[in-house]
Design a protein around this ligand. Structure first.
Ligand SMILES: [Zn+2]
Length: 280
């Protein structure tokens, strides 16, 4: 199409932040910082390469995802442990905090709950920032690698995409068939993954994750959580996923309890205050 005469002027309009976060309920980062000085480990789960595992975290505990043997990306799902309909809402977390999350950002649950499920309390990769390609770490833009998109693009039946890994692990945890578990699997938080959108074509890209063994991302559980983490078949996501070609490594999930007195003043967030009338 021929651009209108005022095309440049229209492009020059300044952007406005959709959701200024100043009025969001603020996380008390000083309280969390104090609490995380008193942690006692209460459990751990090792996620095998090209597989997933579930774990539970009581409200008021911390959980930490750590790279162990080599650079590895993880795909994280979170649910309210008592109500799987309350699950992580990647899209709204992105709208509120941006394309990538780090310390101080919160992980929000789906409608009609829309409350913080967890708060990020430590990110050893926060030094990375946004690189020259527009890439950054821990995105909430990717969905998860899955066998359906793989089949569309390449054909074939690959069973160890993150979507399938999460489905199998959840089915095993709940003791239900995979077809019952699958609808609970949702868009993920891509832990340690380095991603962005190309500036020229706007396409989703990935590049080798800067994660190294010992790096970690840590959360404070605001409500009782069921988590499921997949060690992506893409490994560090430097080349391919949805195959057994990439080098893959395990991921470690550890759960920690703080000393209870350090949580004085903290309360589980209430469910969203909208009355659900919808004007009907
Ligand atoms: Zn994956």
């Amino acid at each position: 199409m021929t651009p209108p005469p005022d095309a440049d002027a229209r492009r020059a309009v300044l952007p406005v932040i959709c959701y200024p976060v100043e009025t969001l309920p603020q996380a008390d980062m000083a309280l969390y910082a104090n609490a995380r000085e008193t942690l006692t480990k209460t459990g751990e789960t090792v996620v095998p390469p090209r597989d997933a595992a579930c774990f539970t975290v009581p409200a008021g505990h911390f959980f930490r995802i750590t790279s162990v043997d080599g650079p590895q990306v993880g795909d994280l799902n979170l649910w309210n442990a008592a109500d799987l309909s309350e699950r992580f809402y990647s899209g709204k977390t992105r709208a509120l905090h941006g394309t990538h999350v780090t310390r101080g950002d919160r992980v929000w649950s789906a409608f009609p709950h829309l409350r913080p499920m967890a708060t990020i309390t430590h990110d050893s990769l926060d030094w990375y920032g946004i690189d020259a390609f527009g890439g950054s770490v821990h995105d909430v833009i990717g969905t998860r690698c899955d066998p359906y998109t793989h089949n569309l693009l390449s054909g074939g039946q690959y069973h160890h995409c993150c979507h399938s890994n999460l489905t199998r692990a959840l089915a095993s945890h709940l003791g239900v068939p995979v077809e019952v578990a699958e609808p609970h699997v949702h868009d993920v938080l891509n832990v340690f993954m380095c991603t962005g959108f190309t500036r020229d074509t706007g396409q989703y890209f990935m590049k080798a994750s800067p994660v190294r063994p010992g790096d970690s991302l840590e959360f404070f559980a605001e409500i009782d959580l069921l988590g499921c983490l997949s060690a992506c078949p893409g490994g560090d996501c430097s080349t391919v996923h949805s195959s057994d070609a990439a080098a893959c490594h395990p991921l470690l999930v550890e759960v920690f309890a703080p000393r209870p007195e350090t949580l004085q003043g903290w309360r589980q967030p209430a469910r969203n205050g909208y009355d659900r009338g919808h004007g009907a």
